[in-house]
Design a protein around this ligand. Structure first.
Ligand SMILES: CSC[C@@H](O)[C@@H](O)C(=O)COP(=O)(O)O
Ligand SMILES: [Zn+2]
Length: 212
């Protein structure tokens, strides 16, 4: 039997941290961590991800099928995880639904992407140049998961990245658990900033109209 105790604990710790941020509303979200070239641990479907139990994850193969005898069902969105692991050397994938990532995906979904520029925190994505841009794709939320996974796959470029699914959530991947969490936190910071900025500008414009 494969020994994945350390990877299990690492993913469970990440899950606890994201839960402390309240990023698993209504059982939403799914997480995975690579164990070998063709095996990864993924969250069991439909669980309350704020709880830490011995049934939180199951080992799956490169097709997203259980690789060991279990009564657990892999996440409904496991195909998005297999899409990343089969194309890259990524080590961890995190998917969360937040009000902020949903509103951003709706505001900018018509453009198919949101671009962040002039933000220090895009360095978390390896964007170090002064005029660097971070382009984050926004894809349609197909209910048919193989179709969603196909559209998502078109945006997998390299061992780290982030894709927004419109009115659904964000999926980020990185070379390790640490990297994936960093990208997720940086993304959610950018979303909150963008929303706050838009709100502040609207309030400012309204105040000016009233003053004139
Ligand atoms: C109730 S959340 C909606 C789910 O369909 C899904 O989007 C999700 O993120 C969690 O599904 P899961 O099967 O638990 O991984
Ligand atoms: Zn989801």
């Amino acid at each position: 039997m494969m020994d994945y105790k350390d990877k299990w604990e690492e993913l469970a710790d990440i899950k606890d941290e994201l839960a402390a941020r309240d990023w698993f509303m209504g059982t939403s979200g799914n997480l995975s961590i690579r164990v070998s070239s063709n095996r990864f641990l993924v969250t069991a479907s439909g669980k309350d991800k704020r709880k830490r139990t011995s049934e939180d994850f199951l080992l799956v193969d490169e097709n997203g099928q259980a690789a060991e005898e279990t009564h657990l069902k892999p996440s409904a969105e496991t195909l998005l995880h297999t899409a990343v692991y089969n194309r890259t050397s990524a080590g961890c994938i995190l998917h969360v639904h937040t009000a902020e990532n949903n509103v951003i995906s709706e505001l900018y979904g018509g453009r198919g992407e949101i671009i962040f520029k002039g933000q220090e925190i895009i360095k978390a994505f390896g964007k170090w140049e002064e005029d660097a841009e971070l382009r984050m794709p926004i894809i349609y939320n197909h209910a048919h998961i193989p179709t969603l996974a196909d559209e998502f796959s078109a945006h997998i470029e390299g061992n780290s990245g982030a894709v927004l699914i419109r009115n659904h959530g964000i999926t980020v991947w990185g070379t390790s658990g640490f990297e994936a969490k960093k990208l997720l936190e940086a993304s959610e910071f950018l979303f909150r900033y963008e929303l706050l900025l838009n709100q502040s500008r609207s309030a400012q414009a309204l105040n000016q109209t009233i003053a004139n």
